[in-house]
Design a protein around this ligand. Sequence first.
Ligand code: DQA
Length: 184
Amino acid sequence: MIRIMQVSCERRLFFIYINYRKIISACNLKAIALTLQNIRGNMKILIINGPNLNLLGRREPEIYGTTSFEDYFASLKERFKEVELSYFQTNHEGEIIDKLHSCIGVCDAVVLNAGAYSHTSLAIADAIASIDLPIVEVHISNVFARETIRQHSMLSSVCKGVIVGFGLKSYDLAVSSLIDICKK
Ligand code: DQA
């Protein structure tokens, strides 16, 4: 009899110990995530710009402004010193897809302005859906105030969010939103 009571008491203590450990580890998950981030270094956010965005500053300045992306990017890095920001531009659809794939396990988040491919590319939409990363779609101009063809994006439904029409500041807004998302 005494032996049976002893065994059930031990079992109960074991259960209490296991549940206690579960609660503690749930509370610590956020701290562990933050610690891992510290070990890995700063949060890494990649900006991908698609076709014709290499001509920012010269291309249709009445729509896209007069600042080159390189100048803007330098100031963006100054504003977000706590983040490791990198930038990639290409005029080729496949290279956007390759770059998205290369982010797996390397980047924490992506800002994507796929330019005209935003309105046409199912392949880029599939690439976004294939990688488990928060991606914010960005447009410098207010595409909803432009031609009908620009008012639909193939990418919006697979992105975490969309920022449109704030000029180059759209990228600032995307980066700060992604920092918040990644910290959660
Ligand atoms: C753009 C809008 C697109 O419609 C256009 O093709 C671009 C730039 C923008 O940032 O406003 O190349 O993505």
